[in-house]
Design a protein around this ligand. Structure first.
Ligand code: ADP
Length: 449
């Protein structure tokens, strides 16, 4: 087992990983930018190293600085969290080349899954359903037009190296395609340093449903059920729940089994999430995230399994201690992401937090690195807390979420608690009737309601 892990991220997830390490007797090293000198993860860790200025490119994305910090502190593994370098295959390779363990899958898996065309091909060959679309990247408008004709409009143009909900364009007509295609390639080039794009069928009203998997280095694979992440704004998740209100136990078992078979076939190890769009009873693979997800706590709530701890044990070469039959889904869990943003305009609201009081009580978990008097830097994303609530039924979970949101006190910065309160009070949410477009429609009406 590792003695010391360097945590190559910041914010709530750095703290989450630190906690897991502590609970299994592993020492931690925090790395931080100048802007994060007073951050909670820095205060909590056994050791801390400043790796550069506030701008992420020179600190949290600075591979050489992070590797050096790990070497001078004698860390034997690096946990990348999510975001930053967590899906950077070159970084994963660098970590191993320096004699340390990257806590994640093999670099070659990260590379495969980072290329969305390769990922689709690999999953299709492993028996997973995918959306109809181009077989590979599409280079010319005429090629794009003929593919769109064969699968039927609407279609979506997606960047092969895209991520974070960016690099996608919906195209509804031939004329749209002629206007949008070159633009999509240029935008992909500018955003991801890779202008290649591909085309797939655009689904009008799908839900986003994903499966959490854990695979050890000995060939054991289990799934921890699904998460419904359909409530999104700009393709970014806002609220997640498990189990999905529209998936039966039988369908979850069947789909989970299919996912595990595929993971076994491709030889994937560590934790990962296989993401699907779900419409009219059918699942279609969209991508695999080769890292810990922001929304992993809802799964932990209903399975009782600590995903981060498992991830660390597996990276250290230990076999999985759970078999699929040991995974029992109990009750319901919801996560509300709280961002430091105006809840109506979504303009970021960094700055000094005055009073900060988090909800508590039975079955309530708050993952956050914020404290009273903390200054939220403007350099990073605006997630400041995740409120995760469990209930024995979806209804009791929802009631508990309502009272927990009421208890949250955040002074000094605007935040999305009021947005979450509005969402969970709608008839549609209460009845579980929503898809990936629901939230944007709701927000469109929000100020006038
Ligand atoms: P990213 O890696 O940027 O997160 P994804 O491929 O996971 O990209 O897609 C993000 C979101 O975009 C999905 O959750 C869904 O809301 C929307 N989306 C992606 N592909 C399609 C599609 N073919 N039809 C409809 N919506 C889509």
């Amino acid at each position: 087992m590792f003695k010391k892990i360097l945590i190559a991220t910041r914010g709530e997830i750095a703290l989450r990983i630190h906690r897991a390490c502590r609970e299994i007797g592993v020492k931690t090293v925090a790395v931080h930018s100048v802007a994060d000198a007073n951050a909670m993860h820095v205060r909590m860790a056994d050791e801390a190293v400043c790796i550069g200025p506030s701008v992420a490119k020179e600190s949290y994305l600075n591979k050489a600085a992070i590797i050096s910090a790990a070497l001078i502190t004698d860390a034997d593994a690096i946990h990348p969290g999510y975001g930053f370098l967590s899906e950077n295959a070159d970084f994963a390779e660098m970590v191993s080349e320096h004699g340390m363990t990257f806590i994640g899958p093999e670099a070659k898996m990260i590379r495969f899954m980072g290329n969305k065309i390769e990922a689709k091909k690999m999953m299709k060959d492993a028996g997973i359903p995918i959306l109809p679309g181009s077989d590979g990247d599409v280079n010319t408008v005429s090629e794009a037009l003929s593919i769109a004709d064969s699968i039927g409009y609407p279609v979506i143009i997606k960047a092969v190296s895209g991520g974070g909900g960016r690099g996608m364009k919906v195209v509804r007509t031939k004329q749209d395609m002629i206007e949008a295609f070159d633009m999509a390639r240029k935008e992909a080039e500018a955003a991801f340093d890779d202008g290649s794009v591909y085309i797939e069928k655009f689904l009008e009203n799908p839900r986003h449903i994903e499966f959490q998997v854990i695979a050890d280095n000995q060939g054991n694979v289990i799934h921890l059920g699904d998460r419904d992440c359909s409530l999104q704004r700009n393709n970014q998740k806002v609220l997640e729940e498990t189990p999905s209100p529209v998936i039966s136990d039988e369908l979850r078992d069947k789909m989970g089994g299919l996912v595990c078979d595929a993971i076994r076939k491709i030889g994937y190890t560590n934790v990962g999430t296989v993401e699907f769009l779900y419409e009219n009873g059918q699942f279609y693979f969209i991508e695999m995230n080769t890292r810990l997800q922001v929304e992993h706590p809802v799964t932990e709530m209903i399975t009782g399994i600590d995903i981060v701890t498992q991830q660390i044990y597996i990276a250290a070469g230990e076999p999985l201690i759970y078999k699929q039959k040991d995974v029992v889904f109990r009750g319901h869990a919801i996560e509300c992401r709280i961002n430091a943003e105006d809840p109506e305009t979504f303009i970021p609201s960094p700055g000094k937090v005055g009073l900060w009081h988090v909800p508590g009580g039975q079955w309530v978990r708050v993952d956050s690195a914020v404290y009273s008097g903390y200054t939220i830097p403007s350099n990073y994303d605006s997630l400041i807390a995740k409120l995760i609530v469990f209930g024995s039924t979806r209804k009791s979970c929802l009631m508990r979420m309502r009272r927990s949101l009421e208890e949250f006190v955040i002074e000094g910065v605007k935040n999305t608690v009021p947005l979450q309160q509005r969402i969970i009070d709608t008839k549609d949410f209460i009845e579980g009737k929503y898809n990936i477009h629901w939230l944007e429609n709701f927000i469109g009406k929000y100020p006038k309601d």
